[in-house]
Design a protein around this ligand. Structure first.
Ligand code: ZN
Ligand code: ZN
Length: 720
């Protein structure tokens, strides 16, 4: 960043270095470099550090946590030191966030709760790293600790069906077989996610109805009770976990709603009853929107009214509403309004239709008669009848809304008379993608109505956050008045602010509040609570195809995405070390070879001298030569370009001195040569070829109908 990028060596630089320092190599090209070796090396190290910083955004091995709420009064202990912390004798509960605590982007929520010989796991979500991690679809929690203790795991309990709570389960369920508890819709969504898994394992599912206040015994130590909460997906619950030492209340994701679409209100009454009669030992509270001022000032019904306003205002237009695919209640509101305005509705988007299927099967959504149609039939109706509910509210490039705008959708091309409604807010980080989508729609001349722009559109609220705001947190924490408090489900700043609310407004003692990181072990006994060490945690990365991607591959991708890659292929005669062909040079994402003949000439010259010198000895160690090639080429490239691509030297040794130089010109001034070579060898696999390189042929991908495909999981996963 900010470094000079030089196309040519500056002649005045030469004078800066004493002559005797330049005479250190037999290689004239190396001798002509004006950058010191150490400087080039430091530049590479800086690049590697930057790569590491980007790669460790979501996979943190040893977190820094010097918050006053860190459980050690702000001190930072190493894992070894924290293991030496005094432990409690006698019975104790152990709380271990396996994921979701201080997670950037919020995701992979998962907590283990232990007592004696029993473990309960609450939630098992994944995390979308987005563009931070090229080619990574999602990250699931590392459950090594739980696998080692799987014989003690008695239950999986799920609070709700957002993917940051259930998304990883299909990958991990078979590793820890135990019954699964949750509400009907949540279990329906989990079962749906298993349809994409070949694994023969099917967990035992147990549906619970929060309104029943039923207590289910789990192992010898626990009982669980689901308690109704409201959120941005149907059928959500908090969990009261009764232990021999007291009640743990895990809130799940929640908001208060006076008037929920399905009539199932946050059961504050039941929670307060438990708090009053039994007391709350530990409250684990989600902290996502605790920093937002005040409370929600409108309901889902107000949003329904806004949709009605739009239908009144644009009676002759097609209306396209995009929202989160898990916002089933929002879809219900739109369906109701469409019925009212004598419109028909079609749904579009893979994840939306998947979720809708579960909602229908579990009777979560009530579809008014004669309102829903197939897209191909709907588009034949007059515009005044057409309403479409679709994905793409986060500006996802491949989601339906963008495809409709670009004309890539099979049935719909956005036109000037269309009205597009964003019934959502951008998830932080997605603003630019949403703006890009809105621009694309407005360029087509259509009217775009977004939430929060009432002063421009005259239309009321179009979105309601699924998470409680500051004042709601004050209300709930005060009502429960827990002995110990632990913020969860948030980025670090959210959890610290949640801790501050608990201490400064509600009045919980600072030493009873614990801002934990993934892997921290919080022990609670009759004598108190403290952190007593860490267990192994982390993330396993998956790509689009469902394959695991290693950290090394991720780092290479990040490095290549900023600096590119540079490969040299040498074909030498075994024994003599004679170069049999002109070196092949491949560059990707670094510099365009055709425009860099001078640099390529230098590299070729360097390589010829290098080979002549290196193979002059009888004992040739190819590994040593390759290491030197890598270092020296990196040096020359940095010297001339101020860039630090990945450099891969490849040496093919050919025995007997054959003529393999088929058609390769030795003329470095022939630009076509590099192009041919570029196409022939793609540097995407092992750097060492034992045999001569044979050009690989690539088959064109099979053409598929793009209207049927969509990312199975977009960014739209936690219904902000
Ligand atoms: Zn949620
Ligand atoms: Zn969540």
């Amino acid at each position: 960043m900010g470094q000079r990028r030089l196309a040519n060596v500056q002649s005045d630089d030469l004078s800066k270095r004493p002559a005797h320092l330049r005479q250190r190599s037999e290689n004239t090209v190396l001798n002509n470099t004006t950058t010191r070796k150490g400087e080039a090396f430091r530049a590479q190290r800086r690049t590697n550090e930057n790569v590491n910083i980007r790669a460790s955004q979501h996979v943190i091995n040893i977190p820094v946590n010097k918050s006053i709420y860190n459980g050690y009064n702000g001190l930072q202990y190493s894992p070894a030191e924290s293991k030496k912390q005094p432990r409690f004798n006698g019975p104790k509960i152990r709380i271990i966030p396996i994921g979701g605590a201080g997670e950037m982007g919020i995701g992979k929520n998962m907590t283990a709760i232990e007592y004696d010989n029993d473990i309960i796991i609450v939630d098992c979500g994944f995390l979308f790293p987005g563009p931070d991690y090229p080619g990574i679809n999602y990250i699931v929690p590392d459950i090594s600790y739980l696998e080692e203790n799987k014989n003690r795991v008695r239950a999986w309990v799920f609070t709700h069906a957002h993917l940051d709570h259930i998304g990883a389960f299909r990958h991990l369920a078979s590793k820890i077989p135990a019954p699964v508890y949750g509400t009907k819709f949540t279990i329906g969504m989990i079962q749906k996610s298993f349809e994409e898994v070949d694994d023969a394992y099917t967990p035992q599912y147990i549906e619970l109805v929060p309104e029943d206040h039923e207590k289910i015994q789990i192992g010898d130590s626990f009982s669980i009770e689901l308690i109704r909460v409201n959120h941005s997906i149907p059928d959500c619950a908090a969990i009261a976990i009764r232990t021999p030492l007291g009640v743990i209340l895990h809130t799940g994701d929640w908001r208060f709603e006076d008037n929920p679409i399905d009539g199932k209100k946050f059961d504050l009454e039941r929670m307060t009853e438990i708090a009053t009669k039994e007391g709350i030992l530990l409250m684990m509270n989600e902290s996502t929107n605790c920093e937002s001022d005040g409370t929600h000032d409108h309901s889902e019904f107000d949003i329904q009214e806004s949709i009605g306003q739009i239908m009144d205002k644009y009676p002759n237009s097609r209306i396209v509403v995009s929202c989160f695919s898990s916002q089933i209640h929002r879809m219900q509101a739109i369906l109701n309004e469409a019925k009212e305005h004598n419109r028909k509705v079609a749904f579009a988007g893979f994840s939306m239709i998947q979720n809708l299927e579960v909602a229908l099967r579990t009777s979560i959504i009530k579809v008014p008669k004669d309102v829903v149609m197939k897209m191909e039939d709907l588009v034949k109706l007059p515009d005044s009848k057409v309403t479409i509910i679709c994905t793409g509210s986060q500006g996802e490039f491949s989601a339906v809304l963008n495809r409709m705008a670009s004309g890539a959708h099979k049935y719909i091309k956005i036109k000037g008379s269309d009205v597009i409604v964003f019934s959502s807010n951008p998830i932080p980080g997605n603003e630019k993608y949403v703006a890009h989508t809105v621009d694309g729609l407005m360029r087509e001349g259509s009217d775009v109505i977004q939430n929060g722009k009432t002063h421009l559109t005259g239309i009321g609220p179009l979105h309601l956050s699924g998470h409680a705001y500051h004042d709601d947190h004050v209300k709930l924490i005060s009502a429960l008045n827990p002995t110990y408090y632990m913020p969860i489900h948030g980025e670090f700043h959210m959890m610290v602010h949640s801790a501050e609310i608990a201490e400064k407004i509600v009045g919980i003692k600072r030493e009873n509040i614990f801002v934990c990181d993934n892997g921290d072990v919080l022990e609670i006994s009759a004598n108190g609570a403290r952190k007593t060490g860490r267990v192994q945690v982390g993330g396993i990365m998956y790509d689009d195809s469902g394959a695991i991607v290693s950290e090394v591959v991720l780092k290479d991708r990040i490095h290549m995405s900023t600096e590119g890659i540079f490969v040299v292929v040498l074909t030498v005669q075994r024994g003599t070390g004679r170069l049999l062909t002109s070196p092949d040079i491949i560059s990707r994402g670094f510099i365009y070879l055709r425009d860099s003949e001078e640099l390529m000439g230098s590299i070729r010259q360097y390589l010829k001298q290098k080979v002549a010198f290196s193979f002059a000895n009888k004992h040739v160690d190819l590994d040593v030569i390759k290491k030197e090639l890598k270092e020296e080429i990196s040096h020359i490239l940095y010297d001339q370009t101020r860039r630090t691509p990945i450099v891969i030297p490849v040496i093919n040794e050919i025995g007997g001195g054959g003529n393999i130089n088929a058609g390769n010109s030795n003329n470095p001034n022939n630009p076509n040569k590099n192009r041919q070579v570029n196409n022939a060898h793609r540097p995407n696999d092992q750097p060492d070829f034992a045999k001569p390189v044979v050009p690989r042929t690539f088959q064109l991908p099979k053409q598929i109908d793009t209207d049927d495909i969509e990312p199975k999981t977009g960014r739209d996963y936690r219904g902000y």
